[in-house]
Design a protein around this ligand. Structure first.
Ligand code: PRX
Length: 648
């Protein structure tokens, strides 16, 4: 038991697929799922061959999988294809006049692009890149707001075989510069600015700052969005709109090898500098194509909206590549969920008739906090499927999502995956799986997932341990850019030949996975290893709590003690009485072993711009030590200052 994580979250509500949904679903029987899943594990090459054949290859592959150079997998070797042609060209005949991207800006301006129009724009964009000397294999940084040109930029790079490295527009100039350096980028695609909560988020100035002294970047393409004044460097800077107008709308897609790099995307590890995760063309396209099709049960009349930013993997895989490969109607939105009002997302759902909606638990908790009245004003009856991604969802938020957004008729797919996995790995299939709030349920096809001990033995039901993926899958990362050793150490050294995602998990008696957060967020109290997420979930289930983050601090007696940072609900009286009540509540929900030693109330928690709570900072604050390490990804520095104030 010593290396097992104690898993104490109790949740026994179950939700079978709603019959009306199931009746029309692509996959609707558990037997069918189990048969396909078995095949995908027993004979993965035949399974993946059957799927991959559905993509428009330029030249056929000779071999489905070569794992002889593990951990570097080669999928669909010898095959040639182009990701932008998979997303666009193949649809021109069958659905050229159908909407591909339905975009709305924060101020309410709308752009609709059909597959034909998007194809023409991407071809022009690709020609502009070529005219600027950008060629196959070059790395191009993209630093843009959520405007259609962002999706076009990604696809235009793919079209000519340039490697895109999208840097989320909320990152600082320094973070952008670091990523440009690491990737050796020679061009940047940006915009003058973007709209965020009614204000201009200036992007070109950040690019200018990032490029000081970086002579290797010869071109900066600038989309016009906010019309703010910007500096201009003749020769280097190019207005995108003008260049597109002058360019030809014909551009043959570059035939890429299945294992040619498609993109780099940087993600944080537990320590050190960000890692440039490498994804290649064939496997990534097969993986995102199939997961989008089955997890979101996409049908021709769906209006699909994933609220992520293209700056993150979710936006790459489930705004751009996966949905477009499936010929979907994709909604894209520029702004914040509460600008100009807290009902903005629901207004968009009503206005555009959204049927499939995919968002993050942190957003769901914000909607809960803002109040149901902002939801109830809108007609959400077209919604038929909901999804979540990015962090464990606490059952309270799940139930709220189910009732208030889904009207109790929409299945919820809680999808577990990572930047590194490229696509969804553990997930319900909405017409098949009986869901349990807080569980991402079962593995997707081809995913051989298990819960192992540190030494690699498979644990019994309900024993907490480490999540492991025991076989290669098509959309897996192929490496960390420029750091083969870190790739091997981070992901492949825990157990030989087995992928280590860095998450704690347990599997229940039904074979359902419950993710317990990052293992580096696991705390050990009196020899009990506890998931911070479980304590948080317990806290958040209390009516006086909006959000909570739990960390361990060193304790002489118990090894570690639990410190909880809690944002109280409006009207709740923060103070000793509430702290005692919450500690008691955690003890009731989980057990005395999980009772926080200390509860600190705070208006806000320090988060990254993608909404992840920065537990590392909280750990330092809880321990009363100087904050060391990288704080460049924090969204709001004032939160940090306020939290530090408690130590004074
Ligand atoms: O800890 C897991 C959590 O997010 C991590 C991956 O983060 P990132 O690479 O930024 O990708 C996020 C979008 C795919 C995982 O290691 N995570 C992601 N989805 C879930 C989750 N934790 C629990 N449940 C999920 N559905």
């Amino acid at each position: 038991m010593s290396d097992a994580i104690e898993s104490v979250l109790h949740e026994d509500r179950t939700f079978p697929p709603p019959p009306a949904f199931q009746a029309q679903a692509r996959l609707s029987s558990l037997e069918e799922y189990e048969r396909l899943y078995e095949q995908s594990i027993q004979d993965p090459e035949t399974f993946w061959d059957g799927i991959a054949k559905e993509l428009p290859w330029i030249e056929p592959y000779q071999r489905v999988l070569d794992w002889s150079q593990a951990p570097r997998a080669q999928w669909f070797t010898g095959g040639k294809l182009n990701a932008s042609a998979v997303c666009l060209d193949q649809h021109l005949e069958s659905r050229g006049d159908q909407t591909a991207i339905l975009w709305e800006g924060e101020p309410g301006d709308v752009v609709r692009l059909t597959y034909r129009e998007l194809h023409a724009q991407v071809c022009r964009f690709a020609n502009v890149l070529r005219e600027r000397g950008i060629k196959r294999g070059d790395r191009v940084a993209i630093y843009m707001p959520m405007i259609p040109e962002l999706a076009m930029a990604v696809l235009a790079c793919a079209r000519i075989g340039a490697v895109h490295s999208v840097v989320f527009a909320g990152f600082s100039a320094q973070a952008l510069a670091d990523r440009i350096d690491d990737g050796g980028c020679t061009a940047v695609i940006t915009a003058d600015g973007g709209w965020r909560r009614g204000k201009v988020l200036p992007l070109k100035p950040a690019v200018d700052e990032a490029l000081v002294g970086r002579e290797g970047v010869h071109t900066v393409l600038v989309a016009r969005r906010t019309e703010n004044e910007i500096d201009w460097i003749e020769g280097r800077d190019v207005w995108l709109g003008e260049a597109l107008q002058a360019a030809s709308a014909e551009c043959a897609p570059e035939p890429m090898d299945a294992e040619d790099l498609l993109f780099l995307l940087y993600t944080s590890g537990s320590t050190g500098k960000p890692k440039g995760i490498m994804h290649t063309t064939g496997g990534y396209m097969v993986g995102t194509y199939l997961t989008t099709r089955y997890v979101f049960d996409l049908r021709d009349d769906d209006v699909y909206w994933c609220t992520a930013d293209v700056g993150w993997i979710t936006g790459h895989s489930y705004i751009v590549y996966g949905p477009l490969a499936n010929g979907a109607r994709v909604v894209m939105y520029e702004g914040a969920p509460n600008a100009p009002h807290p009902g903005r997302f629901w207004e968009l759902c009503e206005k555009h008739g959204v049927t499939v909606f995919y968002t993050a638990p942190t957003a769901i908790r914000a909607f809960m906090k803002w109040g149901d009245e902002h939801v109830e004003r809108y007609d959400l009856s077209k919604l038929r499927l909901l999804g979540t991604v990015g962090e464990p969802i606490n059952p309270e938020a799940w139930i709220w999502y189910h009732r208030t957004i889904g009207g109790e008729r929409c299945p919820i797919v809680d999808t577990w995956w990572q930047t590194e996995t490229g696509g969804i790995m553990l997930t319900p299939l909405p017409g098949v799986t009986t869901t349990k709030p807080g569980s991402c349920t079962r593995p997707f096809f081809g995913v051989d997932a298990a819960v192992l001990s540190e030494s690699g033995t498979e644990l019994e039901a309900n024993q907490g341990g480490l999540l492991a993926i025991r076989r290669p899958w098509p959309s897996m990362l192929r490496g960390i850019w420029g750091d083969e050793q870190r790739f091997r150490e981070t992901y492949w050294s825990q157990w030989p030949g087995i992928y280590f995602p860095g998450d704690g998990a347990r599997r229940d008696a039904d074979g359902y996975f419950w993710i317990m957060g990052r293992v580096d967020d696991v705390i050990n109290v009196s020899g009990h290893r506890l998931s911070t997420m479980e304590v948080e979930s317990a806290l958040v289930s209390h009516e006086s709590v909006v959000e909570a983050a739990v960390v361990g601090r060193p304790d002489d007696l118990t090894g570690q003690a639990i410190v909880a940072f809690v944002t109280p609900a409006a009207g709740a009286q923060a103070g000793d009485a509430l702290a005692a009540e919450l500690a008691g509540h955690v003890a009731t929900e989980i057990g005395k072993l999980a009772r926080p030693a200390e509860i600190r109330f705070t208006d806000a928690l320090p988060k990254t711009r993608s909404g992840k709570i920065m537990r590392r900072l909280l750990r330092d604050i809880a321990a009363g030590v100087e904050i060391v390490g990288d704080t460049s990804t924090i969204e709001d520095y004032s939160v940090l200052a306020k939290l530090r104030g408690y130590d004074d």
